[in-house]
Design a protein. Structure first.
Length: 410
């Protein structure tokens, strides 16, 4: 037992002492085996729709320092946002801020993956409204120019499984709703994105993060249109089951013109169709066009009322003139009649006076004759013939007076 213990101790002592190893067949030379630790490691980058650069040089592979801190610049391509960044599958997004990714502790070759979120068009801040997460940042990505992809929920719908079918269906529905021609229509691709890390990274709004009462967004005016020159109508197609909606159904939206664009409130997002027509043209179908038509009707009614008032005034003036003329004629006739009656009375009086004078003359003549005749006779008694003549003259005077009176009252 003691021999075995002594042998093991001697073996351990022998192994712990450095030894020179000679290659076989070469008793004069020696080979030293050493281990080399690298100062850098290769970092391979996978970043579709994003650009990554190190020390100002863009690329897909970099030599980065071992176990030391280093920084990379990461920028998404136009139409994309940074969603997350992974290092060998581990999420390191929290180390990303303002296009800069800071890493450390690399001790071997590694792979960096940049995940991007596609957002067509320009990002617009959401107008103030009640949102599900107060601390989150919401933005709407809006592109004018049509859809680029078929939404996932519509891919199994044979009537809406291509971009062309979706746009054609939207335009048909919008034309029926607004009355505007299809040549004056545009399709908007709208995406709602939300950031929970202060804007470092973004993700599409899920059903939980979408506002339950709808989302208010502002669409830019189509080219060559504006707030003061055109009226607008908007239709939206649902592409998810969020808020109990059916993919493929549509809703017609109230379009409010603002200085920044067309404001709408939707309960879903892309796609959105906008139609327009110049103010003053008649198409019908939208609230703004109805207002224009109402204004036209009001104007026409006002003109008609004015014409009626003018006609009534002219009629009144004509009646007044006619009345005045009639009164004048009546007065003239009355005056003429009065003059005629006066002349008639005067003539009758003149005639009566003339007759009376004639009767008086006859009576005087007869009296003189009788006197002359009586002067021949003698005695105090008046002759019978003279009395007869006086009676005849008196009757003649009475008859003349009655005839004159009848002519007067006729």
């Amino acid at each position: 037992m003691r021999k075995i213990t002594s042998f093991l101790l001697a073996l351990c002592l022998l192994l712990s002492c450095p030894m020179t190893v000679f290659a076989a067949g070469d008793s004069a030379g020696s080979t030293v085996i050493t281990t080399v630790v690298p100062s850098t490691h290769t970092l391979t980058v996978s970043a579709e729709n994003a650009a990554v650069s190190y020390n100002g040089e863009a690329g897909t592979s970099f030599e980065v320092p071992r176990l030391e801190e280093f920084t990379l610049t990461v920028k998404a391509a136009d139409g994309y946002l940074i969603s997350k960044i992974l290092l060998d599958g581990k999420d390191v997004t929290e180390s990303f801020s303002e296009d800069t990714l800071t890493l450390s502790g690399i001790y071997e070759a590694a792979e960096l993956t940049v995940v991007t979120l596609k957002v067509s068009g320009i990002l617009y801040d959401i107008p103030e409204q009640e949102l599900p997460y107060e601390d989150a940042i919401y933005k709407a990505a809006i592109e004018v120019g049509g859809l680029t992809d078929v939404p996932e929920a519509l891919k199994d719908d044979s009537e809406l499984d291509t971009v062309e079918k979706i746009e054609a269906a939207l335009k048909t529905i919008l034309a029926a709703y607004s009355g505007y021609p299809e040549k004056n229509m545009a399709i908007y691709d709208v995406t709602l994105v939300v950031s929970f890390d202060g804007g470092k990274t973004w993700e599409k709004a899920s059903e939980d993060s979408f506002p339950k009462n709808g989302l208010t967004v502002v669409l830019p005016y189509p080219e060559d249109t504006g707030m003061d020159t055109h009226n607008f109508a908007v239709t939206h197609m649902f592409t998810s089951t969020a808020l109990g909606k059916t993919p493929g159904d549509t809703e017609n939206l109230e379009a409010t013109k603002t200085a920044d664009g067309i404001q709408i409130t939707v309960t879903g997002l892309s796609p959105v169709a906008v139609a327009w027509e110049a103010i003053g043209q008649s198409s019908g179908g939208t609230e703004n066009e109805s207002e224009t038509a109402a204004q036209s009707d009001t104007t026409a009614q006002s003109e008609t009322t004015a014409e009626s008032e003018t006609t009534a005034q002219n009629d009144t003036e004509t009646e007044s003139e006619t009345s005045a003329q009639s009164e004048t004629e009546t007065e003239s006739e009355t005056t003429a009649q009065s003059d005629t009656e006066t002349e008639s009375k005067t003539a009758a009086q003149s005639e009566t006076a003339s007759q009376n004078e004639t009767a008086a003359e006859i009576a005087s003549t007869e009296t003189e004759t009788e006197t002359e005749a009586g002067s021949v006779q003698t005695g105090d008694d008046t002759p019978l013939g003279q009395w007869m003549i006086l009676l005849l003259l008196s009757g003649f005077v009475i008859l003349s007076a009655g005839a004159s009176r009848r002519r007067k009252y006729r």
